[in-house]
Structure formats: structure tokens, C-alpha cells
Design a protein around this ligand. Structure first.
Ligand code: C2E
Ligand code: MG
Ligand code: MG
Length: 558
């Protein structure tokens, strides 16, 4: 009752109020209500409404003068929202404590008299709807209430949790033990979550619960709380918790049950106690489907590079292109590159995928003038001898100038094994290909280490360029990186440029610019359109850049 009032009309104070302000707010909210309610700060009674005055004379100002049993008081405050029974004279009351507002130790206590009729009605209601052994709701009643909640939910979410605590001894399921565990779990959950959570027994060793929530963070907290609680009750038993969220995992009771059951099956694959979200199962299923389809998608060129131009900040002409893997899956739609890479890695197909992207890129390179470079990304884990062999072989069989070909690798590659990465860089440079440090600024590269590496370009990460041109810190970082690049004799490309004013700012620096402001990554078929953005002067002279690198940069005209 009080919960509904609090939720619907009576706003608890949001800031610290003085005692007289509290009393006045209490009186205007509850003063004339027919339910007896009092306001306490700890044990001290601050205000009493008219109905409560009928049995709590105003003269007593401490709660323990009415409730003599200290244990009952402890129970009341340690277990908010859960009714506790106490006698005043020969009358029995159910008292429910609810925290009020933001002030600590401020409680509203709702009193309801337990007449024989009340008690009988309550017992009948409980008997009709609850499992007598565990006290959990019967499934029919649980389903009805879940359906009611779903149909009344206007915003926010709801989580359905399936909790399996299979307790097996050497001789099969230990019935007594299981019953005991289920009862303990129901008690603990009701104690911890009160009326907010509905609990039902879905099978012998399974409980199903639901609770409303506002956002995902709240759900994580709730689930961790349930997890912790299970650990306490079941320290030596394995258990699994599966969770499905309304509306993301289903917007009907059937869909939610199906999601949560499938999630539980996934959770049970692990021998450890597991907390499993239905969303994860969906992802897993999706990744499995991608894995199944990937080999054919590579060989049929369904997985293919798109190309994004990088322009010269001063002239606006195209300098180079970056190849970015794309997969438009016929059923699952656009697959983001990190997923493609993850699946390829899981299947041991990353080498094959990279070889495919490189070959498609070489095909494109053959159509463009010699001064236009092309870059391909590799993951840090690919910095191996195998990559060096692949690059050498691909460049050789395509018969292109290695100086036109660039390998992009993110700076976190260096964290894994600096010395080994440095060797691979050197061997790639020996082939003549260029090396770009991708996403520079997003990781933790030590500037000191940079001088030990042979690379030819730094690509400043979008997280830094986003602040251009107005954020002073971003401007300072970009300027100092420009200075550093000049000193190291390497090129700079600034990534993720979306706005004209960012481009204007970079015009003063002689650097590369990559971003939606000029063009998004495009399929090979659209590439001829881009020809008009290369400088006519360059088209005639056909220059090739070779041996770019510390103090080796020179242009050879062919
Ligand atoms: P990256 O190498 O840093 O590539 C740049 C990413 O920024 C690309 O995302 C590109 O589409 C996006 N981008 C370019 N300009 C803008 C802009 O103005 N605004 C915004 N918001 N984004 C922009 P994409 O294609 O989704 O690729 C993400 C990452 O996946 C790449 O980051 C790269 O690390 C990796 N990746 C892409 N293709 C491959 C590949 O063939 N092999 C490997 N190993 N990794 C790849
Ligand atoms: Mg890149
Ligand atoms: Mg990048």
C-alpha cells in the first residue's frame, strides 16, 4: 500500500530538510490518510498521522516504547518493505518500514491491524498462490503477474531470471537437500528483494524470478546480488543463473521464457557457477553462423575490401587509400570489422582473410597511378614471419612497387612483444613496404620506444582529432605530434575527420586527412569516380615513392 502511494503520488524529499519541514511534508502527504503511518528518524518518532494516533498516543516519542522487542525493531529496519508482526496491547499489527527520501535513518512505518478475518484472508490468499513447501509463488500466479507487468510497462525494462541449483549426490538427486536449498533460496531472495521481486518454482531444482528495472546498470547490480546470494546458500554446489531482458530478448512471456531457457542451456555448458545473459547466447549464435559461412564468403568475394581515400590536407588531392574489410551477410546484414576479425581468428582463417584482402587491394592498385599508395590493416597477433612471407609473396606476384604498399598496425601491437615486433617491422621495411602506426594516441606507446622502430607513418586516432579545432588540448597534442613526425622523418595522417572546420585547421599542416568529410569507405565498383580527385600534374609524371622511412625518403620519377 505504502509502496504504491510512494510510487504514485507522494514524492519523498529529495534533499536534506529541517525537522519542521519534514513534519509539514509528512502531514500534507499522510496526515489524513486512513492507513496508520508514522515517520521515524532511527528510533525517534518525528510525526504520526491521525489514524495512527488512535492507538499510538502522542506522548511517547520513542519507537521502543511501543515495540518492546529489540529483535523485531532490528528485523523491521534491516528488512525494509517486508511486514513484521508486533503486538500493542492485545492487538496484533503488521508493520512495514520504507526508507523516506535521501536523509539517513528516516523511515515511514505503515501499520495494519491483523484482525482474525484479515489474517484468514491473507492465509487463504497465500495458500491459493504459493507453493506450501518453499513459499514461492505457483507458476500460474507468477505467469499472470508477469503478463500484467508486461502489459502495463510503459517505459523501462524487466528481467526474468532462471536459477538452476541441481544438487546431485553420488546416488542421484538428493531430494531432502534440494528442498532445503530451494527454501533457503526463496527465503533469502524474498528477504533481500522484498515485494519488488516475484519468485516461482519452475521445476524441482529451478526457480524463476522477475523484477523490473530502469536500465542495464541496475540489472547488472541485481544479478550480481543474486549471484552473491547463491554463493552464500550454495557454497559447494554448482548452480547457473540465466537472464533475459524485456523487451530486448522478447516482448511476450513466451518469448522471454524461451530466451531465458536457451540462455540457461548455454550457461550449463560450464562446470563453474555461471551467470549468463540471453543476449550473449544471441551473439554466440550469430558468431557461429558467421563462422559457418565465412570460408565460402571469402572465396566468393562476399567478404571484400572497401577503400577509403586519404587526401593531402593542403592540395585536397588523393594521396592513398585504406582497404577496410566489409561483409554484408545475406541474412545478418552488415558485420562490423572487429566481428569479422574475431571470427576469422577463431577459425584460424585470419591469414587467409588477410591474403584475400591484400590480393583484392593489389587488383585495385594496378588501376591507379604509381604515386597512389594503398594500405591494408593487420592485427597485432599477425606480426609474425608468416606475415612477412605473405607480404613479400603478394607484392612479388602482383608485380607492384613495394613502396606503394603499406601495412597498418595498431600501436598496441608493440605492448605484446616489443623486441619481436621491432624485428618484424624491420623485415617488412626490408621488403620496401611502408608501415603505419594506426590509431596513434589511443594506446600506450612510449614515445621513447618509437625511435627504435622502423615505421613510416603515424595515424592520429579519431579520439584525438575529435577535439579539433576548438579543444586546446587536442590542438596541442596534434601540433606536438606533427613536430615529432617531422623530427622522425615520418608522415602523418589524421583519422576520423568529419567536419569542414577540422579540415581547415589541418590545411596548414602538410599531412594526410582521412574521414567522412571527404569520403566514406567505398566498394571497388565506385573507385573510378575517385579518379577525378588525383592531381593532373601527378598523373603525367607518374612518380613512385620508395624507401620512405627515417632519413631515407626520396621520390624516384619513372
Ligand atoms: P582503422 O584501421 O583505424 O580504420 C579506420 C576506421 O574508421 C574505419 O572503421 C573507418 O570506416 C572509420 N572511419 C573513417 N573515417 C571516419 C570518420 O570520419 N568518422 C568515423 N566515425 N569513422 C571513420 P571500420 O571500417 O569499421 O574499421 C574498424 C577497424 O577494424 C579498423 O580501424 C581496423 O583496425 C579494423 N579493420 C578493418 N579492416 C580490417 C582488415 O582487413 N584487417 C584487419 N586486421 N583489421 C581491419
Ligand atoms: Mg587502419
Ligand atoms: Mg585507425
Amino acid at each position: 500500500m505504502l509502496q504504491k502511494l510512494l510510487a504514485k503520488c507522494v514524492k519523498p524529499p529529495k534533499k536534506h530538510l529541517k525537522i519542521d519541514e519534514l513534519i509539514s511534508q509528512f502531514n500534507s502527504a499522510y496526515g489524513t490518510l486512513s492507513t496508520p503511518i508514522i515517520l521515524c528518524q532511527g528510533l525517534e518518532i518525528i510525526a504520526i498521522n491521525n489514524t495512527a494516533l488512535l492507538f499510538l498516543p502522542d506522548s511517547n516519542k520513542l519507537l521502543n516504547t511501543y515495540i518492546h522487542d529489540a529483535q523485531i525493531i532490528t528485523q523491521l529496519f534491516e528488512n525494509p518493505l517486508k511486514p513484521v508482526s508486533s503486538f500493542i496491547g492485545d492487538k496484533e499489527f503488521q508493520i512495514t518500514a520504507t526508507p523516506w527520501g535521501v536523509q539517513p535513518h528516516l523511515w515511514l512505518l505503515e501499520w495494519s491491524e491483523q484482525t482474525n478475518l484479515n489474517r484468514l484472508t491473507e492465509q487463504l490468499r497465500i495458500a491459493r498462490n504459493h507453493d506450501p513447501a518453499s513459499g514461492a509463488l505457483l507458476q500460474g500466479s507468477f505467469d499472470r503477474q508477469l503478463m500484467d507487468h508486461i502489459s502495463n510497462i510503459s517505459h523501462g525494462r524487466l528481467i526474468v531470471v532462471l536459477l538452476n541449483c541441481e544438487q546431485t549426490s553420488g546416488h542421484g538427486t538428493n531430494h531432502e537437500n534440494r528442498e532445503d536449498i530451494i527454501c533457503q533460496l526463496v527465503n533469502k531472495l524474498s528477504y533481500e528483494f522484498g515485494n519488488e521481486m516475484l519468485i516461482s518454482r519452475s521445476e524441482a531444482s529451478k526457480l524463476i524470478l522477475f523484477i523490473t528495472s530502469e536500465h542495464a546498470e541496475e540489472e547488472t547490480l541485481l544479478l550480481n546480488q543474486i549471484h552473491r546470494l547463491c554463493k552464500q546458500v550454495l557454497p559447494s554446489t554448482t548452480y547457473d543463473i540465466a537472464c533475459a531482458v524485456y523487451p530486448a530478448d522478447g516482448n511476450t512471456i513466451e518469448a522471454l521464457y524461451s530466451s531465458v531457457n536457451l540462455a540457461l542451456t548455454a550457461a550449463q555448458k560450464s562446470t563453474e557457477p555461471t551467470l549468463y545473459y540471453a543476449q550473449l547466447r544471441k551473439n554466440e549464435y550469430r558468431l557461429q553462423q558467421l563462422a559457418k559461412d565465412m570460408p565460402a564468403a571469402i572465396s566468393s568475394n562476399q567478404i571484400t575490401p572497401y577503400f577509403q581515400p586519404i587526401i593531402d590536407s593542403t592540395s585536397g588531392n588523393i594521396k592513398s587509400f585504406e582497404a577496410l574489410v566489409r561483409w554484408i551477410h545475406p541474412d545478418l546484414g552488415y558485420i562490423i570489422p572487429p566481428d569479422i576479425i574475431q571470427v576469422a581468428q577463431g577459425l584460424g582463417l585470419l591469414h587467409m582473410l588477410t591474403a584475400h584482402i591484400m590480393q583484392q587491394t593489389m587488383k585495385q592498385m594496378a588501376k591507379w597511378p604509381d604515386f597512389v599508395q594503398f594500405a591494408v590493416n593487420v592485427t597485432p597477433s599477425q606480426l609474425t614471419d608468416e606475415l612477412v612471407d605473405l607480404v613479400r609473396e603478394t607484392v612479388r606476384s602482383a608485380n607492384i612497387d613495394p613502396g606503394r604498399f603499406e601495412i597498418e598496425v595498431t600501436e598496441d601491437a608493440l605492448i605484446q612483444d616489443f623486441e619481436f615486433s621491432a624485428q618484424i617491422f624491420a623485415r617488412l621495411r626490408a621488403i620496401g613496404v611502408a608501415i603505419a602506426m594506426d590509431d596513434f594516441g589511443a594506446g600506450y606507446t612510449s614515445i621513447g620506444n618509437l625511435r627504435k622502430l622502423e615505421f613510416t607513418k603515424i595515424k592520429i586516432d579519431k579520439s584525438i582529432s575529435d577535439g579539433l579545432p576548438h579543444d586546446n588540448k587536442s590542438v596541442a597534442i596534434v601540433k606536438s605530434l606533427m613536430f615529432m613526425a617531422r623530427e622522425l622523418d615520418v608522415e602523418i595522417t589524421v583519422e576520423g575527420i568529419e567536419e569542414q572546420d577540422q579540415l581547415e585547421f589541418l590545411r596548414a599542416f602538410n599531412c594526410g586527412v582521412q574521414g567522412y568529410v571527404f569520403a566514406r569507405p567505398m566498394p571497388a565498383i565506385d573507385m573510378p569516380e575517385m579518379m577525378k580527385f588525383i592531381s593532373p600534374k601527378h598523373q603525367k609524371t607518374k612518380q613512385t615513392i620508395v624507401g620512405i622511412g627515417p632519413k631515407k625518403k626520396r621520390i624516384i620519377t619513372r
